[in-house]
Design a protein. Structure first.
Length: 257
């Protein structure tokens, strides 16, 4: 198993809750020989000040706080960061539908006990381990070899005599691979959708379709086949519905434990 450092944010306006959760997480890291870096915040505003995407692998966040609530903070985070795992902490179950809407990874009733948190951390470690072993696209660009996980690829498109690959950080690579070769490599992954001859896009990064244009996260856009526009958009909508349904089922299942 590959080793990695897990950076975690803990957000709660009560110092006793921060101390309790931090102690349990430190114990988990020590018992499982995992390096966990914890950053504690006393408010959502403090977390959001200077927030950068990919800064935290996991955010444990209280819902009821003075000032901005955890749900409001999650909405702000999701506008710029679709990847970090958000785990809500609350004394009530009434906000679970909102948790689904913000693609929460889990929803834990307070006070969070040691066994419950250990089970959640076990799931997170399995998730990150599987990510490290996930399939990747290997190619050469400017005499340098790269290997990018499929989930990090935003789109692939033909550009003159090259193929252009963009990753989730916005970096682009030009390679001499043929489009058919890349399409064959990515063909077994149901995240990718062909918008036009020579354009493949990862549906996880699509925000909307409008007037023959596919709009992506990060103010990017791609043209689509106008004749097949309705079919293409429907495939994406079905994909999103399926993904949200799986997230809801997973969240409900974890909530029962």
């Amino acid at each position: 198993m590959k080793s990695f450092n897990l950076t975690i944010a803990v957000v709660d306006d009560l110092q006793t809750e921060l101390d309790s959760l931090s102690m349990i997480l430190h114990d988990y890291g020590a018992l499982n020989q995992r390096e966990l870096t914890l950053h504690c915040f006393h408010s959502a505003e403090e977390l959001l000040a200077g927030y950068q995407p990919f800064a935290y692998a996991v955010i444990f966040m209280d819902i009821y706080m003075e000032g901005m609530t955890g749900m409001q903070a999650a909405e702000r985070i999701r506008a710029i960061d679709s990847d970090t795992l958000i785990i809500f902490l609350t004394t009530s179950g009434e906000h679970m539908p909102d948790a689904f809407r913000h693609h929460a990874y889990d929803y834990i009733r307070k006070p969070a006990d040691r066994e419950r948190l250990f089970a959640v951390m076990d799931d997170i470690l399995k998730l990150h381990t599987s990510f490290l072993d996930a399939p990747a696209l290997t190619f050469s660009s400017k005499r340098q070899d790269y290997s990018i996980p499929y989930s990090d690829i935003v789109f692939v498109r033909t550009a003159a005599n090259y193929l252009e690959i963009m990753d989730r950080s916005g970096k682009t690579y030009k390679t001499r691979m043929t489009f058919s070769a890349i399409k064959e490599s990515l063909g077994g992954d149901n995240h990718f959708l062909q918008l036009l001859r020579g354009i493949l896009v990862n549906m996880d990064y699509i925000e909307k379709f409008s007037d023959g244009i596919c709009y992506l996260a990060g103010d990017r856009s791609l043209p689509i086949n106008v004749r097949n526009a309705k079919k293409i958009e429907q495939i994406w909508q079905n994909y999103v519905f399926s993904r949200i349904r799986r997230e809801q089922e997973d969240l409900l299942e974890r909530g029962r434990h």
